[in-house]
Ligand binder design. Structure first.
Ligand SMILES: Nc1nc2c(ncn2[C@@H]2O[C@H](COP(=O)(O)OP(=O)(O)OP(=O)(O)O)[C@@H](O)[C@H]2O)c(=O)[nH]1
Ligand SMILES: [Mg+2]
Length: 327
């Protein structure tokens, strides 16, 4: 895999084209992508990762564009990964995001990449994490991941960040919904965007009450004792309140580092990641060149005719394959 070595060298040498190709290699699971990630791994770990999540249309992309500017003003380099669900009703936003973000794309200190949510949702969190690793190895100081929605798979992606920010907007019924979804548990900072609309104060109040209730129920379960998740108001289209969001993220980063929680989170993430790599490899090894596929094709007839159950067949396939691979 000579081109993989070239890619690794290119990414380490700040070659932007190598970066783009490395990301595609990882995103598309092309041959050698694991060797690529392995080669980059020594350089991974200095970027701080921020997950920005929220329901469709709350203004995440607008906020992120402003946040990128705020970070650039402080001299930090920023990469953005927008995880776009290719659903029909947000499908149009991707192009809009790209055009708006384009105003930033002449800046070498900024890199913006959209990822389509093809493939299994479980795998998406992993792929996103690996794309972030490539950006980290390249040397970006902040990595912002935008995910739409507040379902379990989006939360899985948000969990790969060091700081998770939840964006909401007034008049969307978000508050109650999110409480039900248990989302209030995950965010390190809350942003009420579209603060120019009526109801912003009320929503902020609602979020604060929920946080108070949570804090009183689980006083010792608080991840960082000294950290009270801030609730901030922004008008992203006007650039209002953005620097406060940046400061909240940076303060959280400091609190995470000083409490040792950053290391804990990263350790847990590495453990989880390695486990996923093992699982991926085991599944591949099970089906490739072991005859398990043939056994499945043959055995399914017996299931169809009622001679055995799918579970019985599955157990037989697993047992046979494990035996073969141990030999
Ligand atoms: N009134 C108002 N509109 C805003 C504000 N911020 C963003 N918008 C508008 O809200 C719409 C959605 O903004 P986006 O930034 O695309 O929202 P998003 O959350 O990234 O959307 P998806 O990626 O599709 O989930 C756009 O028309 C924005 O111009 C704000 O602070 N006030
Ligand atoms: Mg968006």
């Amino acid at each position: 895999m000579p081109n993989i070595d070239e890619l690794i060298a290119g990414v380490k040498n700040n070659d932007i084209q190598a970066l783009a190709r490395a990301i595609s290699t990882v995103e598309d699971r092309r041959p050698g992508f694991e060797a690529l990630l392995s080669g980059l791994h020594p350089d991974v770990g200095s970027a701080y990762r921020v997950g920005i999540t929220g329901s469709p249309g709350v203004g995440k992309s607008t906020l992120i564009e402003q946040l990128v500017r705020a970070y650039r003003d402080t001299g930090l380099t920023v990469a953005v990964v927008a995880v776009d669900p290719t659903s029909p009703f947000t499908g149009g936003a991707l192009l809009g995001d790209r055009i708006r973000m384009k105003t930033l794309s002449s800046d070498d200190g900024v890199f913006i990449r959209s990822m389509a949510t093809r493939g299994a949702p479980g795998g998406l969190a992993m792929t996103t994490r690996e794309v972030c690793d490539v950006l980290d190895a390249f040397g970006f100081e902040r990595i912002i991941v935008e995910t739409v929605g507040v379902g379990q798979s989006e939360l899985a992606i948000a969990h790969t960040a060091d700081t998770a920010v939840l964006v909401m907007m007034p008049e969307s019924g978000d508050g109650v919904q999110l409480l039900k979804a248990g989302v209030m548990e995950i965010a390190d900072a809350y942003v009420v965007n579209k603060g120019d609309r009526p109801g912003a104060e009320a929503l902020m109040h609602e979020i604060r009450s929920m946080l108070d209730i949570r804090a009183s129920i689980a006083a010792d379960a608080a991840p960082i004792p000294a950290w009270n998740p801030p609730v901030l108001r922004t008008v992203a289209i006007e650039g209002e309140g953005i620097d406060e969001v940046r400061e909240a993220i940076e303060n959280h980063a400091i609190a995470m580092r000083e409490s040792g929680l950053l290391e804990d989170r990263r350790r847990a993430r590495l453990r989880e990641h390695t486990r996923e790599v093992v699982e991926r490899a085991v599944v591949q090894a099970l089906w490739q060149g072991t005859g398990a596929g043939e056994r499945l094709a043959g055995g399914v007839e017996e299931v169809l005719s009622g001679e055995r159950s799918p579970y019985d067949l599955a157990n037989a396939i697993i047992a046979d394959t494990l035996e073969t691979s141990v030999d």
